[in-house]
Structure formats: C-alpha cells, structure tokens
Design a protein around this ligand. Structure first.
Ligand code: SAM
Ligand code: SF4
Length: 338
C-alpha cells in the first residue's frame, strides 16, 4: 500500500495499471423525481438525510481530491436538482483552487427553475438525460411524466448561457429503438450534442441481460440508414468515454458510450463519491471506502487523502461484464451516481 507520511500528498492518483485519475463523480442524493426502469425500482426507500454528506463535507472531500490531482467534478445522483440549493454547492466547489470544471448531469425536470442560479454559481457544463420526445413513450421509459418540463428546461438553460449542452439517451433493446431517429433529428436541429449510452447491469430491478443491450454499433447503423454514413471524429479527447461521429452533411455530431460492447476501462480516469460518502473506484466496484466515517470521526485531510489513495490502489483492470468473474454491485445506478 502507498502510505502517505504526514505533510506529504502524492502528486497524482495513479493506479497499478498506470491510469491517472482526474475526474470525480459526486452524487448529491439518491432521491429522484423519475423512476426510469433501467435505474430505479418503482417502490423505493431512500437513505435518511443524516447519512447523506452535507455540502460542507462534500466540498472538503473535493478540496482534498483536487490536491491529489482531481481536476473535474460532475454532480449527479439520483436527481441532483431535487436537493435544495445545489447552486450553493456549485459555488463553493468553483472556489476550490485548481478545480477546472464543475459539471452536472440532470434529468432536466427542475432545470427551468434552476438554470439561472446554476449559471450564476459558475456551473461549467450541463448534461441532460432524455430518452424520448414522445410524451407517452417518455412516460413508459421514465415511469413518470415530465417531457414538457425537460424541454422547457433545455430552452431555459440555453437562455441562461449554457453552451455545448449534451443530451444522454440510454439504449435498451426492445424499448428505445423508436426514439433514436427522432432524438437525433431534434439534436441536429437544436445543436445539442447527443450521446447514446449502452444499458449497463445497474438497474435496481435486475432485468439486465446481455440481450437487453442495444449496442452502439446497432444504434449507429439505424442512424446511418436515415442520415447517411457517419465519420469518426479524429483526435477526440482520450479521457472521454464517448466515441464521436460527424454526420455526412456536416450538420452536427453524435457520440456513443459503449461500456458493454467496447469497454474503455483501460483509459478510465474516474472515481466516485456516493451521496452517503463512500469512495468507489468503478461503477461496478463491489468495495467502498468510507469517507463519511473518516470525516465524522474527526479524521484529518491526510486520513481522507489516504482513503482515496487506497481506493485507487485497489482498482481492478476492467469491470469484467460478460466474463464469468463479473459480479453485479449491490447498489443500483441511482444509489451510486451515474
Ligand atoms: N438523474 C440524473 C439523470 O438521469 O441524468 C442523474 C443521475 S443518472 C443515474 C445519470 C445517467 O445514468 C443518466 O444519463 C442515465 O440515463 C444513466 N443511466 C442510469 N441507469 C443506467 C443504466 N443501467 N445503464 C446505462 N446508463 C444508465
Ligand atoms: Fe432518476 Fe436519473 Fe435514475 Fe432516471 S436515470 S431514475 S432520472 S436517477
């Protein structure tokens, strides 16, 4: 184990396979106002509020992580905008020296009300999840209504100055095929960067099988049959899991995040902090490192730094989906933070 002596912090969070970690996904809540079948159960008991890190505790953890080399933070959940005053957290994170970016992933339902405050707090980037443009299909997938609010949220976010908004759509075989072309058309017309994400085995109801994954390659073929050949974008950001393609007519770009059919574990630069204060080194990690316990038992920043170093040191080479060793984590996506 890499032991830190007091006063010494390692220059970077590099694991046994040489991967340097610069991105921290921070979940601010396990609560949500939708019930997407690929993520949450319909009936759910959330963590009690006193088990969830306060904004001050999150800021402290991120400040320590930034001293170890974290440069970007993505706030997620559950649905981050259901937690009161997320803009207050954004503001305090943006004040951390050397932290370059604070982004947020949201289902968009509460975005119209909060976009202005988030922009003024300095939020760098917005990802909005949207699986369908047809109200009844949206409701079938999210198991609650709300499409009109997501669309209003997108419009308002633009008005408040957010540029390069990304739209994320999960691809589930037998569920989302019909949504692909309308979503692509909408994102081309409105200049949103659309990305399709393969369904991962993190659904609370454990319905995932290999056959339920609508692969990025299949989605790409469907798009090409409508919009013509897609050309891979050369020299993309290697830290980004998405592989981007340009449309043949030059009108926009579409990305594919293929964690199941084309795992990108070899270039993973992410760590995670759950809403209840556990560090994870992978979405599929079966172990956690308890930052909340360190903080609430009076541990100092060195103790927190050591915990994160230990978490990185234990990271596996790959998630192993599709292999006989693969073990589903106990927690579902909304409890980890996607
Ligand atoms: N509630 C917010 C949202 O939906 O954007 C943030 C949290 S959500 C867990 C983050 C992302 O994970 C969303 O884009 C969602 O579509 C995606 N997601 C959830 N469950 C998934 C699964 N089983 N496989 C792939 N992506 C999933
Ligand atoms: Fe909620 Fe996001 Fe999970 Fe859908 S994907 S249930 S919006 S946390």
């Amino acid at each position: 184990m890499n032991r830190l002596s007091s006063g010494q912090l390692p220059p970077s969070l590099t694991d046994r396979f040489g991967r340097r970690h610069t991105d921290l996904r921070v979940s601010v809540t396990d609560r949500c106002n939708l019930r997407c079948g690929y993520c949450m159960p319909l009936e759910v008991t959330f963590k009690p509020q006193d088990e969830i890190l306060t904004y001050e505790e999150i800021t402290r953890v991120v400040a320590v992580a930034t001293r170890l080399g974290i440069r970007t933070v993505r706030l997620t959940g559950g649905e981050p905008l259901v937690r009161a005053e997320v803009d207050r957290l954004v503001r305090s994170l943006m004040a951390i020296p050397r932290l370059e970016e604070v982004a947020l992933t949201t289902n968009g339902l509460l975005l119209a009300e909060q976009a202005d405050r988030l922009a003024r707090a300095g939020l760098t980037r917005l990802n909005v999840s949207l699986d369908s443009l047809a109200p009844e299909r949206f409701q079938a997938i999210a198991r609650r209504p709300g499409l009109d609010r997501v669309l209003a949220g997108l419009t308002q976010a633009r008005r408040c100055g957010f540029r390069s908004i990304r739209i994320n759509a999960v691809s589930v075989r037998g569920l989302t095929e019909r949504e692909i072309v309308p979503l692509a058309r909408f994102c081309r017309d409105e200049s949103y960067h659309l990305r399709f994400i393969e369904f991962m085995p993190l659904d609370a109801e454990a319905g995932w099988t290999n056959d339920t994954v609508l692969t990025g390659a299949t989605v790409r073929q469907l798009l090409e049959s409508t919009f013509g050949p897609l050309a891979p974008v050369q020299g993309g950001d290697p830290g980004q899991p998405a592989v981007d393609y340009d449309y043949a007519d030059g009108c926009g770009r579409v990305g594919f995040i293929n964690p199941v059919s084309q795992p990108f574990c070899d270039r993973c630069d992410r760590l995670r902090l759950t809403a209840d204060g556990q560090f994870r080194n992978c979405l599929f990690s079966t172990a956690e490192w308890d930052a909340r316990q360190v903080i609430r038992s009076g541990g100092d920043d060195h103790n927190l730094a050591q915990l994160l170093v230990d978490c990185v040191a234990a990271k596996e080479a790959a998630h192993g989906i599709g292999t006989s060793q693969f073990q589903r984590p106990d927690r579902a996506m909304y409890q980890i933070g996607g």
